[in-house]
Design a protein around this ligand. Sequence first.
Ligand code: SF4
Length: 321
Amino acid sequence: MSDALLDVQNLKKYFPIKSGLLNRTVGQVKAVDGISFTIQPGETFGLVGESGSGKSTVGRTVIRLTEKTAGEVKFKGVDLYQLPNEELRKMRPKMQLIFQDPYSSLNPRVRVGDAIGEALIDHGLFPAKEVRERVLDVLNACGLSSYHIDRFPHEFSGGQRQRIGIARALVLNPDLIIADEPVSALDVSIQAQIINLFRKMQETRNLSYLFISHDLSVVEHLCNRIGVMYLGSMVETASRNELFQNPLHPYTKALLSAVPIPIPKIKRERIVLKGDIPSPANPPSGCKFHTRCPLAVAACKELVPEFREVGGNHFVACHLV
Ligand code: SF4
């Protein structure tokens, strides 16, 4: 049995396209098209790709906020999709999701302390009289002060709201946090503070993260391993150092070429991809990347490249590698 905290195998999520008076299914959007990865306890796995690559759908499907089409998701060895609703409800505190915009998930009329504590009460995890104390502990751990507990969401800045989002997740003492573009809407200096908070929480609580981002420079600071998605498929996974020093897939190389280098003397050639990401309702044949790949050969149009290990736990899907 795998000792991974999260084990995702061949996960697929297709959304039906309905049309006509009878609302018939006329096609499918293949948002996630058979991806596999694992996350070990205390590990951060980064999932990167352009907007439309399917990475957010992976996050939601992994914790059953959206039902899968096929595949397997095991959390601590338990198949989440085989769990009855009541058992899944008991498991939920252990897997928490943090959104890009925490403001939209906060009720503007509910004080922050109540918003953080309500999940504790819902799940019956703490006696009611101890909830406030627990909320104060978590607020302080997230860099907020005791007086914030009775404030309303509109009284906070963007960075503080994200701290509230993190506190809401942490109060349930989870093992896994799925963070979906958690710093994308923040200024660079605030991004650094929030990333440091994620790191500190991981060190003190042995948390695991699935960190979803379109920005490789953000993922670089936090992740142990990184998976690169393109049009619903995983095209490359490797440790952070391996991926940054030895990227093999042309799509990964293009993404990396856009990451700024702090040493001005080192020059990296920028690879600009042609066109936009194609529609997942009608993905290209063969290698899905062939319509934009600068290295594509004739076979790429016909044959789907195998996602295979090229050594040292480095996996890539490309005919030329
Ligand atoms: Fe490019 Fe072909 Fe490799 Fe796909 S299989 S990434 S099209 S070279």
